[in-house]
Design a protein around this ligand. Structure first.
Ligand SMILES: Nc1ncnc2c1ncn2[C@@H]1O[C@H](COP(=O)(O)OP(=O)(O)O)[C@@H](O)[C@H]1O
Ligand SMILES: [Mg+2]
Length: 323
């Protein structure tokens, strides 16, 4: 049985302009100690997929479909039930650590609260474990710095604190939503390496969410590419890089800055994603696709599984692409 099993997840938001259909028929599985990367441009539905899984959608949002964690249905379950699952089963780290941490509480109190509440540890034990976790994410002088407030840390250190908090309850699955987007490039690599290391040590599964396909190489097993709320391609990471099967994936690969070539100008896919309120029939990528044929304008391609060179993968495209 998969650790996490998502089936036909749809997320819709009621707005004064109409219904925004942000996530469309998302299905995937995450197995024990596997890393799944979810990649797509801003607005493609990455965060809302994660929020739906965590039961954290905004009040105007609603989710349908199924989200099973270790065989238990999570979707539309009561908050106290979800809180228990969230604390010990699934944890999440966000792009903006400062927004996720409580600005008025010392790190020590924020961390020990979780352990005292969920595991009934004494204050002393909880403090010792919290310091150990800050050490594990390599915060220097953790014993003293645990007394500080969030704003007294640098951006990279705040992100380490948030990762430490997420890992305190030893979750089986960590959802990392753009964990390094707000950070300097050098700090980004440090945090990614740290995440990879603690994930391996704790034998945790991870969903790594990013708009940057360049980040997923080396840090994930499988990549799922989202466009306008739907999966357009899914494949093992090396396969996706070697032989992308969807025009959008090809565009994303071309937009990774290539430092190894003379021409390191950043390529951007022309055009913009479709308006989710006014979606036409046909493929959501059709207006930006250089391969589009007539059929693409009228018929949204289904996500089809296929095997190529002994690798199972899937894509949603009407056109044969030889990449
Ligand atoms: N509360 C909300 N009400 C209406 N639309 C929303 C709401 N939250 C998110 N959306 C829309 O859902 C879409 C997907 O957003 P999101 O999942 O946050 O994208 P990203 O891939 O950048 O994480 C976007 O078009 C966004 O504007
Ligand atoms: Mg997001």
């Amino acid at each position: 049985m998969a650790l996490l099993s998502v089936d036909q997840l749809n997320v819709r938001f009621d707005t004064s302009d109409g219904v925004v259909h942000a996530v469309r028929g998302l299905s995937f599985e995450v197995n024990a100690s596997e890393v799944l990367a979810i990649v797509g441009e801003s607005g493609s539905g990455k965060s809302q997929s994660a929020f739906a899984i965590m039961g954290l959608l905004a009040s105007n949002g609603n989710a349908t479909g199924s989200v099973q964690f270790k065989g238990d249905e999570l979707l539309n379950k009561p908050t106290d039930y979800l809180n228990r699952i969230r604390a010990t089963g699934i944890a999440m780290v966000f792009q903006d650590a400062l927004a996720a941490l409580n600005p008025y509480m010392r790190i020590a109190d924020q961390m020990t609260e979780v352990l005292v509440y969920h595991f009934g540890l004494s204050q002393r034990e909880a403090l010792a474990q919290s310091i150990a976790m800050l050490d594990a994410v390599r915060i220097p002088d953790a014993k003293n710095r645990i007394r500080l407030f969030p704003h007294e840390f640098s951006g990279g250190m705040q992100q380490r604190v948030m990762i430490a908090m997420a890992l305190l309850c030893k979750p089986a699955l960590l959802i990392a939503d753009e964990p390094t987007t707000a950070l300097d490039v050098t700090v980004q690599a440090e945090i990614m390496d740290l995440l990879a290391e603690v994930r391996r040590e704790m034998n945790m599964s991870m969903i790594l969410i990013t708009h940057d396909l360049g980040v997923v190489a080396g840090y994930s097993d499988t990549v799922m590419v989202l466009y306008a709320g739907q999966v357009v391609e899914s494949a093992p990471v090396q396969t996706l890089f070697d032989s992308p099967g969807h025009p959008y994936t090809i565009g994303l690969l071309n937009s990774i800055l290539r430092l190894d070539t003379e021409d390191n100008a950043l390529y951007a896919i022309p055009g913009t994603p479709p308006n989710l309120l006014l979606r036409q029939s046909g493929c959501p990528f059709v207006e930006r696709c250089e391969f589009a044929i007539e059929r693409c304008h009228s018929e949204n391609p289904a996500l089809n599984e296929y095997r190529l060179e002994n690798v199972t993968r899937s894509r949603a495209c009407h056109v044969e692409i030889n990449s």
